[in-house]
Ligand binder design. Structure first.
Ligand code: SME
Length: 162
């Protein structure tokens, strides 16, 4: 059984280094995708300022809600819609410092102020996205996107359905 608590007083680089190591250890011992995504969501929810953390999986053309921690979220996101659909369509991470300034942002939680979405990509295929929300403005920047892109690479290596 692994545990992970946010290291007190650690800076962002240290936090993500620990998160990545914990994520690797978690998935090394477990082949089940949903169990792994559920535990990874629990780790991500501990990041500073995060009010919602979870995964959307690409099912057909849509993004469908996967394991998460936080308030109720939209179940299904159509292609190219919202921050999640846009990041998936562009196959690139999106940092949104103020969600109200992002055209087409899908408001699941009225408290959400900023967001980062990172696609989970294997070759040409987008498997899903990692989505983090914060109730603080500008909680995320490009460094978060960079670290989360490493996590997304790890997640892309899990046992996704064909
Ligand atoms: N805000 C997202 C929708 C998902 S929720 O934030 C959990 C979007 O615009 O795609």
């Amino acid at each position: 059984m692994h545990t992970w608590n946010l290291p007190a007083g650690a800076d962002r680089a240290e936090i993500y280094t620990e998160l990545l190591a914990t994520a690797q250890a978690l998935v090394d011992g477990e082949p089940d995708l949903m169990a792994n995504l559920a535990n990874l969501a629990a780790c991500l929810k501990q990041l500073p300022g995060v009010s919602w953390a979870g995964f959307y999986r690409r099912v057909g053309d849509d993004l469908v809600l996967g394991p998460f921690q936080g308030k109720l979220a939209c179940t299904r996101i159509a292609p190219g819609k919202g921050v999640c659909g846009t990041a998936a369509a562009r196959r690139e991470a999106l940092v949104v410092p103020d969600v109200e300034a992002f055209p087409g942002h899908i408001a699941c939680d009225a408290d959400s102020r900023s967001e980062v979405v990172v696609p989970i990509v294997r070759g040409e295929r987008v498997l899903g996205v990692i989505d983090l929300d914060s109730d603080r403005l500008a909680n995320f920047d490009d460094r978060d996107a960079e670290h989360l892109t490493r996590l997304a690479a790890l997640v892309a290596g899990l046992d996704w359905p064909a």
